[in-house]
Design a protein around this ligand. Sequence first.
Ligand code: SAM
Length: 268
Amino acid sequence: MALDIFKRLQTYFEPLVFIAVGVWGAILVLLEIVTFQKGPKDIVSQRKLIDRIFGKVWLRIDKMIAVRELETNLPTLINKAYGTVLEIGPGSGNQLPRYDVSKIDRIYGVEPNLNLHDALRATIKQNGLSDVYTIVPCGVEDSTKLADYGIRAGSVDTVTSVQVLCSVPQPAEMARELYRLLKPGGQMVVYEHVESEDLLSRWVQVLYTTVWPYAAGNCHLNRPTGKYLLEAGSWSTIDLETPKEEDAWMLFPRVLGRLVKWGAGGAK
Ligand SMILES: C[S@@+](CC[C@H](N)C(=O)[O-])C[C@H]1O[C@@H](n2cnc3c(N)ncnc32)[C@H](O)[C@@H]1O
């Protein structure tokens, strides 16, 4: 019991470390702006400021996060991607080494944060994906821009979403839109952190979410993303791992797995 309380407290303080890194990122961005080194106009756009801060933070911690993910089933899941792939929010490209290129026709990486594009381009090159990977510079909610790249209803074999649905606007609507983009038999591969099942932890998540989005690129801790995905449409396969029991009170419980859209077609 005492151990449980200790673990809980430890978990509840963890986001403070990230917020501190976010404050450091904000100071760097403000210094760049006031000394006219880069993008003084960004100061009038909250979104651009949040993206720049997130760019600084993410490029410091992305490799560490990729190593942590090796303890999960995520690399195996990404390896199942095939055909036309829509990777939402690729960031600096942590998932790229995990794709099996022999099964892929094209990957569209929809990344709105321009501060991450240089790193993403470098990762594409390092992994020999230059011929198949296209960066789409917009939010995944921008369906007009996606259509310019041929990403329309029923055009995608695989959607990959790794820690992104926490940051998109209107996530329930977004889940329905991703379902619409999938071909019948197409699959959605997800690894997302979600709302906690524990009441106290949910309150803590809500509390953190008052400041967390500013430090973490508009990320929200308290989204029931698994539910949004399940309700997005009819799935023929639902292979989602729900958070383990000991995760119930954690601030970052995960939903991890694969959903297959109802209909003919499917993996090559
Ligand atoms: C925590 S990072 C995850 C990066 C990457 N998926 C990975 O596995 O390393 C979240 C990413 O989602 C992106 N993102 C935020 N809002 C988005 C949106 N509306 N559409 C697409 N991507 C978005 C961010 O720019 C960022 O690159």
